[in-house]
Unconditional design. Structure first.
Length: 132
């Protein structure tokens, strides 16, 4: 734990030539439920604390909730596409739980991560398995 805390709080961000930056941080908050645009999506939201807490970023992933958005012939997506998206999202979340060595999303809080930013825009993230 001491090494992990040291790396998270003291390791400088790595900037690349294309304005891409990899920053160490922690998961500050994570939730699963109704989220997204007009609260019409079912999925997860994650808030990251970066650079020892001096800055942060937020991301979410979800799909239109079955009970809040009904499919009709005017939709530009199919029920099958929604089902595939939901399953893929849950597979990603399952992978994150495994990498972080936890069994529920509430235990992801404070897990060390590496976040990739392009400019000041969130691009991606990963569990920092090297220090777990």
């Amino acid at each position: 734990i001491e090494l992990r805390d040291y790396l998270i709080n003291n390791y400088p961000s790595e900037k690349k030539m294309n304005n891409e930056e990899r920053v160490l941080g922690r998961i500050k908050n994570i939730s699963f439920g109704i989220t997204g645009y007009n609260d019409m999506m079912l999925g997860y939201s994650i808030e990251f604390s970066l650079d020892g807490g001096s800055r942060g970023v937020f991301t979410s992933e979800g799909f239109l909730d079955y009970n809040r958005v009904k499919h009709s012939e005017h939709c530009k997506w199919t029920e099958e596409e929604r089902d595939i998206g939901m399953v893929d999202m849950l597979k990603k979340l399952s992978d994150v739980l495994k990498l972080a060595k936890v069994d529920t999303i509430d235990k992801l809080k404070n897990i060390p991560v590496e976040v990739t930013l392009e400019g000041n825009t969130f691009k991606s993230w990963r569990v920092l398995t090297e220090v777990l």
